[in-house]
Design a binder for this molecule. Structure first.
Ligand code: 3EB
Length: 339
């Protein structure tokens, strides 16, 4: 995307921050900008970024297209601090935080520790409502001590979050992907006031999946809708080719179309039940496509363009989906006027 396009993109957002994919050449300049809530790079290895800053790199490299970084910009200058091992940026309305934990011996224990720290931070910071979380760690489908690492991650997350009395009704939207390297990286958005949890009529809620997918169910909602004065944001979780609770199809294109059906159904549900101002995929503001196999990028990109046109900025990342039969996962963002 061109620099002008990126700047224009940022200006068209609304609410306490806007998100755009900007030319990676602007990284160092934006990292210094007092309005930068987050600046996310897509590299082979995760890194926490310089102390006192809001830039960090995920271990999910970009697959094709001009190199970009993901730029979260606040209209108001942000405050920066560190607490509980997190790099934190905040405005009067939102808190963004990221943490990278070096690869340890026990992914369940590490996840439990990071989520315990998140809850601590939410409680003490004055931003108690978790809206959206990203979880990235290497070898997500590898089996360790008889348990797949994704399932062990789910156990640790569930153990930490289930102390909340209102557990199921307060779960954030999320993505969980295997990275190419660098440890357990978690970043999140929290707010002073709660969002609205949206589930998907085509899918069993992940927090109610049967036990065979994980000894403790995946603790996330399908999306979070958040109203900010005259602006609405919809944070759509990583979505895959799952109908009910079963994975369906074994080729990338059919999985893509099922995944897009799922996202369309979610948007429709948010429209019908909460008055979301859009009802179609091509009205979304941003998409992120995670591919297990980078060689699928061209065929997936062409199929997406055929279905959505080219109006939704989309980045393609190399990431392993949490069930080994799933080839892709797609997350999305909508920002627009409160209807
Ligand atoms: C799914 O629908 C696909 O464990 O946080 C998507 C988004 C998926 C988030 C998570 C998992 C997670 O179950 C996988």
């Amino acid at each position: 995307m061109s620099q002008a396009g990126a700047r224009q993109d940022a200006l068209t957002g609304c609410g306490p921050f806007s998100v755009s994919y900007v030319d990676a050449a602007l990284h160092d300049e934006l990292a210094q900008d007092p309005h930068t809530l987050a600046l996310i790079g897509f590299k082979q290895t995760a890194s926490a970024g310089p102390a006192g800053g809001s830039a960090f790199d995920t271990g999910l490299p970009q697959i094709n297209g001009d190199p970009v970084c993901e730029y979260w910009r606040s209209p108001a200058p942000v405050e920066r601090l560190e607490s509980e091992g997190f790099r934190i940026t905040r405005t009067p309305e939102v808190m963004f935080a990221s943490r990278l934990m070096p690869e340890g011996a026990d992914i369940a224990a590490d996840t439990r520790a990071v989520y315990g720290a998140i809850l601590q931070l939410l409680e003490t910071s004055g931003y108690p409502h978790l809206l959206r979380v990203w979880n990235y760690f290497p070898h997500i489908n590898a089996v360790e001590d008889g348990t797949e690492r994704y399932q062990a991650f789910c156990v640790g997350r569930h153990q930490a979050l289930s102390v909340l009395g209102t557990f199921e009704s307060s779960l954030p939207a999320a993505s969980a992907l295997g990275s190419q390297g660098g440890g357990l990286q978690i970043y999140f958005l929290a707010a002073r006031s709660p969002g609205v949890q949206i589930e998907n009529p085509r899918q069993v809620s992940a927090f109610r999946y049967p036990e065979r997918y994980s000894p403790r169910s995946p603790s996330f909602s399908r999306a979070t809708l958040k109203h900010w004065d005259d602006c609405t944001h919809l944070y759509i979780s990583g979505t895959a080719s799952i109908v009910g609770h079963e994975s369906v199809h074994d080729d990338p294109l059919t999985q893509l179309h099922e995944t897009l059906e799922n996202i369309a159904a979610l948007i429709g549900n948010a429209h019908d039940t909460e008055g979301l101002g859009i009802r179609q995929l091509d009205e979304l503001s941003k998409l992120k496509v995670y591919l297990r196999n980078p060689t699928h990028a061209d065929v997936v990109r062409r199929a997406m363009e055929a279905r959505l046109g080219d109006s939704v900025p989309t980045v393609f990342l190399h990431g392993d989906v949490c069930r080994s039969e799933l080839l892709l996962e797609i997350e999305g963002l909508y920002t627009g006027p409160h209807p």
